[in-house]
Design a protein around this ligand. Structure first.
Ligand code: G1P
Length: 293
């Protein structure tokens, strides 16, 4: 099976963030801060740690600040240099790509995740690529995408990250049906997007990290609207499975759904509690506060 190297990643960032209004009225939800970095930075860092060299952001209106975030802030950095603020400069340098390592294209209408991915087809070209959904932060010793790259190196084809959730939550996600496998790696035999309650084929959901072969673009081209009236990536992957293997990895790590308020707050809690500089003080102070409630 195709094991061509995966060099590029797609990160869809066109969503409106209505669940976080008014915080997201003039600021993209991907720029909301978890402790000391915007959500999108965690996803960017996970991709780079997995060897990704170029990231394609699929954006929409009012998302230009994401492009600024990954650029050099000339006036700011010049001022920091004049004032000899080396630590601050080092933080900025570590957080950004080199020139030419990002692309930005717009999803012109909110037609669904499948459509957002399809919008990247010209920039990705005919090579396999990673897809990371930035609502999902995954806290792990070894990044989730790196774990998936290990599976890809062995199996090639298509790889998706999955995790178990309680039965009463499966209707909110794409859900997979698995066949043979073991040691957290399984053949996927079926999948369905947002199955109505009581109809889910398993409790293993698709987590928001994918390694996909370029043939997915051909399928997305003609994919009709599915769950929620949107063009669904899950429906196109189900077609792809007819001709190519698709592997599920039950990754090691914990997921924080930053598309929901509680998930976003829990992400702040988790990353603060383990932060190299703030962790100890945060745990002590937050512990005292919670104990006094
Ligand atoms: C998307 C995918 C779904 C996946 C989920 C993970 O859904 O369509 O298969 O389980 O991300 O967060 P959305 O969150 O856009 O509704």
């Amino acid at each position: 099976m195709n094991k061509a190297p995966i060099r590029k990643a797609v990160v869809p960032v066109a969503g409106l963030g209505t669940r976080f209004l008014p915080a997201t009225k003039s600021m993209p939800k991907e720029m909301l801060t978890v402790v000391d970095r915007p959500v999108i930075q965690y996803v960017f860092d996970e991709a780079r740690a997995a060897g990704i060299e170029h990231i394609v952001f699929v954006t929409g209106r009012n998302k230009a600040v994401i492009e600024d975030h990954f650029d050099i802030a000339y006036e700011l950095e010049d001022t920091l240099r004049e004032r000899n603020k080396r630590d601050a400069l080092a933080i900025l340098e570590a957080a950004r790509p080199l020139a030419g390592q990002t692309s930005f294209t717009r999803q012109q209408a909110p037609l669904g995740l499948g459509h957002a991915v399809w919008c990247a087809r010209e920039i990705i070209g005919r090579e396999p690529f990673a897809l990371l959904l930035p609502d999902v932060l995954i806290k792990a010793d070894r990044g989730c995408l790196s774990q998936m790259m290990d599976v890809y190196a062995e199996r090639g084809g298509n790889v998706i990250a999955v995790e178990p959730v309680p039965e009463d939550q499966t209707h909110q996600y794409g859900v997979v049906k698995i066949g043979a496998g073991g040691d957290r790696v399984y053949d996927v035999t079926g999948m369905v997007e947002k199955p109505p309650r009581g109809t889910s084929p398993s409790n293993l959901i698709i987590t928001g990290r994918y390694l996909l072969q370029p043939e997915i673009f051909d399928l997305l081209e003609t994919q009709e609207a599915g769950a929620g009236g949107e063009i669904q990536l899950t429906d196109a992957m189900l077609q792809l499975m007819k001709t190519q293997p698709l592997t599920a990895l039950e990754f090691e790590g914990r997921t924080y759904d930053c598309g929901s308020k509680i998930g976003f707050l829990m992400a702040n809690l988790a990353y603060a509690a383990t932060h190299p500089e703030l962790g100890a003080e945060f745990r002590a102070t937050a512990g005292e506060y919670l104990a006094a409630l």
